[in-house]
Design a protein around this ligand. Sequence first.
Ligand SMILES: Cc1cc2nc3c(=O)[nH]c(=O)nc-3n(C[C@H](O)[C@H](O)[C@H](O)COP(=O)(O)OP(=O)(O)OC[C@H]3O[C@@H](n4cnc5c(N)ncnc54)[C@H](O)[C@@H]3O)c2cc1C
Length: 225
Amino acid sequence: MRDKIDGMPAALSPTPRSTIRKSARARSERAALYEVLDAALIAHLGVIVDGAPLVLPTTFGRIGDTVYVHGSTGALSLRAGTREPVCLTVTLLDGLVYARSVFHHSANYRSAVLHAQARLVTDPQEKLDSLQAVVEHLTPGSWAHARQPTAKELAATTVLAIDTAEASVKVRSGPPVDDQSDLDAATAWAGVLPLHQRWGPPQPCALLPEGSVVPAHVTERPSPG
Ligand SMILES: Cc1cc2nc3c(=O)[nH]c(=O)nc-3n(C[C@H](O)[C@H](O)[C@H](O)COP(=O)(O)OP(=O)(O)OC[C@H]3O[C@@H](n4cnc5c(N)ncnc54)[C@H](O)[C@@H]3O)c2cc1C
């Protein structure tokens, strides 16, 4: 394993709050964290609002060791995110695990959790770069293809930077883990139903000029798998 990735230790260094109890499913490499983050299209941002947890889905982007989330300057969650620690989770569902008992039914997945104090992005260049990262993470090729943000749009947008210093990665894969008594009884079907995500055909906006061609960054986008 390399010593550093993006200037950060190549091994994740969890604190007690980010240490996975079931350690056999924990991944300790920063590369695994980046793999999960880069494969996920959305994240869930957990913040504390008026003393209660609020967890909202959001798009995100990554530049090196920092994850960025963005939204309206009016967004409650983003305002709260600068005041108290945040938790950002990404989840990739890879399959459903059918066991011989309902107790042992499970899911195959890759997931990552970041614990951090988010930072409001105020530097104009970092803000632009982070918005590009968010757009390119969700829709690669769009930053160059579509119109760039205006000063007014930038002013209406809040960006939070969430560092990946304290992170955990958990992965479950493989068949069900059944009790021996259920294996012996062999009464129910058991196995894995893999889940694959596929893009459908592009649906051009009805307001496009006639004859508009769907660009390659849309038609040739690989499915997430
Ligand atoms: C799609 C999916 C479905 C799941 N379904 C279930 C379910 O039905 N029942 C169930 O018990 N568990 C389920 N899990 C696992 C669940 O996310 C927790 O890992 C598990 O419940 C252990 O919780 P805990 O409070 O003991 O966590 P602990 O291991 O005690 O959590 C300590 C720290 O470990 C890290 N951590 C914990 N879980 C994860 C994770 N999933 N990914 C990354 N870091 C993590 C966090 O940093 C957390 O603060 C599911 C996970 C996924 C991705």
